[in-house]
Write a protein that binds this ligand. Sequence first.
Ligand code: PLP
Length: 433
Amino acid sequence: MPFPPRNPLLNDVPRWLEEGAPHLWLPYTQMQTVPMPLPVVKTDGVRLTLADGRELIDGTSSWWTAAHGYNHPHIRQAVTAQLERMPHVMLGGLAHEPVMTLATRLAKLLPGDLNHTFFSESGSVSVEIAMKIAVQFWINSGIKGKKRFVSFRGGYHGDTLAAMSVCDPDEGMHTLFKGAIAEQLITGLPTTPEKEAALDAFLATHAHEVAAVMTEPLVQGAGGMIFHDIETLKRLRRLCDKHNVLLVLDEIFVGFGRTGSMFACEAAGIVPDIVTLSKALTGGTMALAATVARTKVFEAFLSDDPSKALMHGPTYTGNPLACAAANASLDLFEREPRLRQVAAIEAQLRRELEPARSIKGVRDVRVKGAIGVIELEAMSNLDGLKRRFVEEGVFIRPFGKIVYTTPPLVIGEEDLARLTAAMLKITAEAALR
Ligand SMILES: *Cc1c(COP(=O)(O)O)cnc(C)c1O
C-alpha cells in the first residue's frame, strides 16, 4: 500500500493522520504521489488552525460553502438544539418542522413560482434529480422522445454518472467513460447574438429529443471560473421558451450571494423551470442540496396514476439537522448585510488583483462578486504552488490554469488583503519559473 509521502510543511504529524492516511481515499487525488494533507484541528471565522498551532486565512470557504465563516454561533446553536431534540426521522410518512420551514422559506426567497423543493444530500444528486424530473415531466405530459440534455462547454454539474454526462467533455472525462455515460448535446453558450443564432438553429434541429437545457448561471465554477453576462441567460430563457424545452439552472456554486445577488438568475431577471442549490445552503456546516421546481413542472406529476409520481427518495432526504443549519444560514442572510459585504469584497478584489495583469505569464484577471481569479498562460508544479500559499499563511487551491479566491462573505478587509497579496506574490514567483 503506498504511503503518502511526508509533507515538508508539517512540523509534527499527528498519530491519527499517520495511521489514517493509508486508509482514506481522497477526492480528485492521485494517491501514490499526493503529499500528506494538512491536519486541521479547529476552524473559526475565516481561519483554519493546523495541528502544529499555525493559522491559515481561508481563501476557498471549503469548496465555496462557508458563506458566514466557520463555526458561526447562530448556526452552531441551531444545529445543537436540533441534535438534542431529534437528529433525524425519515420523510416517508413522517414530517418535521425544520424541513417544512426550509421548503417554505426557499419558495419565498426564490423568484417566480419556484415553489416545490425536493431535498437530497449532495449537489450531484440534486442535479440527477433535476434531470430525472425534466425527463419525466415530458413523459407525464404525454410528449415522447424528449430525454436528452443540452449543456455547455466549460460547465460542471457534479461527479455522478448522469451529472458527468452534462459536464464539459474534458472535465467530465467523456472519452474515458465513453459508453458508461449518456451522450448529451454539448455546445457553446450563447454569449453573443451570433452564438444565440447558432444555438437557435441547434435547438431547432434537436428540440424534439431534448428535455432541458442546463447551465451554471453567470459563472462556470469548477470548469475554470469562466464568466458570462446576464444577456446570455436572457437568451437561454427565450430560446428554451421558443423551442419548448425546460431550462435548468445549477446555482450550486453561485447561489446564496456569491456573485452579488442572492441567486444569479435574479440578476438576469429570469426564472428557470428547475434550479439546483447546495454548497452554501447550510453555510458550510452540513451536507444538504435542493432541487426546486416551478409549479407547472410540479403539477405534471399530479395524477390519480401512481406511476406519474417522482420515484426518488434518498434515505436522509430532508435531514432535520441539515435543515436546521440551512434555516439558521437563511436567518443570517436576512439579518446581516451579506450582499453589501459581497459588494465590498468585489471592489477590493478588483483594486488589489488588478496589478496582476502586468505580471508576465498572466492571461487574465477577473472578478465577479466574491470571486477573484488570476488566470495564467500555463501552470506547472501545482503542489509546489499550494505549498507556497501555506508558507504565506493562507489557504488557496489553484487548479487548471487559475489561481482564485472565493473567501467567506464575512472576511474583513485586512484578511482579504493578505489573500490578494499572497495571490500576487506567488503568481509572480510562478511566472519566473
Ligand atoms: C459542486 C458543484 C456540484 C456538485 O456538488 P457536490 O455536492 O460536490 O456533489 C454541481 N454543480 C455545481 C455548479 C457545483 O459547483
